[in-house]
Design a protein. Sequence first.
Length: 298
Amino acid sequence: MNQNKGTYSRRTALKMAAATSIATVGSSLFNRVSASEALLEDHLKGKVNHSVCRWCFNSIALDDLCIAAKNIGISGIDLVGPEEWPTLQKHGLTASLTQGAGKGISEGFNNLSLHDELVASYEEIIPKVAAAGYSQIICFSGNRNGLDDEQGIKNCAIGIRRLMDIAEKNKVTMVMELLNSKVDHHDYQCDHTEWGVALCKEVGSDYFKLLYDIYHMQIMEGDVIATIKKHHKYISHYHTAGVPGRNEIDETQELNYPAIIKAILETGFTGYLAQEFIPKKSDKLGSLKEAVQICDVG
């Protein structure tokens, strides 16, 4: 998701996956053995619903990631589209947050000229999400492009309200991601929790919520635990990553993840917490297992 030179992004990861698919055939077989022998599920406390973002582990075949995820104790995969759902279902995993529709992060609901296209795309995919047994789909505000925050909220609400009937009918929640505009997504509008909460209030439906990305909001505003406690009723999903760098959530970064996850659970949250870090260590699945253990608070 980073737009800066030398950093990874969802878009970059997807492009790299195609280029490295042949090279990963052999390594995927090794990963499968590693998953079955070395990452057998520990006895997790069971209070956190763990998931992982697909794009961060695109160098690992999806089948192998699913096998490893199950052994680690992960039950959901984030940001997967319809073509990947059968693989998840084969392994008994859920799509904890599905890919959205439209043109991506920078072109979203704050642009009135995109509303017809976005509405048509989401009207097509929301019933498919429901039919597959899933309940959340991601969406984005888009970049400001000179738009002030108040008008951005109004514009987003106009488009999103057009989709609330079909979302409510299918019991699928549209989830707008909070992203930082300081490091990774310059000019993105939904870059503060208060802005996202104001939009939730403007839309006025329980089927529109926020994805609180802990990494992004630490960069933009800090005060993570207090913010979660204050606005938890507008949040239906969480993402993790280490700050700074967006890598492992271990002792090399500044956030106290056990304390944050404990605060999330204290709000009564029963949704998914997804790991969305870029593994820096060579043992990517080992890093994923460690992240789940760090977040597995009781």
